[in-house]
Design a protein around this ligand. Structure first.
Ligand SMILES: [Zn+2]
Length: 224
């Protein structure tokens, strides 16, 4: 029997819907969003200096996250603030970039947040189980919290203030969002990461200055 407005039920041969791996579902929910259009920095020379600065921090933060530098790339984009896709391409919106080029802690904090997601690690979660909407949203909030914690730690490691990023998050807050905690809670998480890492970095610099010189992301200039 034909069903003109619905699926073609095939009766006995219909298979049970196969569950996807949990990692793939989270990757889809978090990093599978539609990508913003990319822009060529050659067409926007005013972005070059700040992009070069962000690239030095990309290397530091990749190292801090325990990943290789080439797992992350910066892509100038139109119509976004900042987002990362499943392959580690970090899209930075040109308006956001220009708005904060003289206040780069906000940009560097956003970059750290994106790298803190470490999207490629989700492909390792192979367990197959169809997540409910609630479960998926809760995993997304957990994931955002991890990224914020990393951002706080990363800013402390490179001796930058976390307050500008917190102010920015509060300024852009538009109301409750199922995948994010409110800005007030996010700022607590960022500060917690910041304070924890600040203590560690200070002790390391004081007690093991040589080790600090060799291992600190603050002094890391890249893999060659
Ligand atoms: Zn995020």
């Amino acid at each position: 029997m034909m069903n003109p407005f619905g699926p073609q039920w095939s009766g006995a041969s219909q298979k049970a819907k196969e569950s996807k791996a949990i990692g793939d579902q989270v990757q889809d929910a978090l990093f599978g969003k539609r990508k913003p259009p990319g822009l060529d920095p050659d067409d926007f020379p005013e972005t070059k200096e700040i992009l070069a600065l962000l690239n030095t921090y990309r290397r530091k933060f990749a190292m801090m996250a325990g990943d290789a530098e080439d797992q992350y790339r910066l892509q100038l984009a139109d119509g976004t603030i900042a987002m990362i896709d499943g392959q580690g391409t970090i899209f930075i919106g040109i308006r956001f970039l220009m708005q904060f080029k003289n206040n780069p802690e906000v940009l560097i904090g956003a970059l750290a947040h994106e790298i803190g997601h470490r999207p490629q690690r989700w492909t390792e979660y192979k367990t197959k189980k169809e997540l409910t909407k609630i479960e998926l949203e809760s995993l997304c909030r957990y994931e955002e919290t991890r990224a914020d914690l990393f951002a706080g730690r990363a800013l402390a490691e490179v001796n930058l203030n976390c307050e500008p990023m917190i102010t920015f998050l509060k300024d852009i807050e538009e109301g409750p969002h199922p995948e994010y905690f409110p800005a007030s809670l996010r700022s607590e998480v960022i500060k917690e990461g910041y304070n924890e890492q600040k203590t560690k970095a200070t002790i390391r610099q004081k007690l093991w200055p040589e080790l600090d010189k060799q291992t600190s992301p603050r002094l890391h200039i890249g893999e060659y």
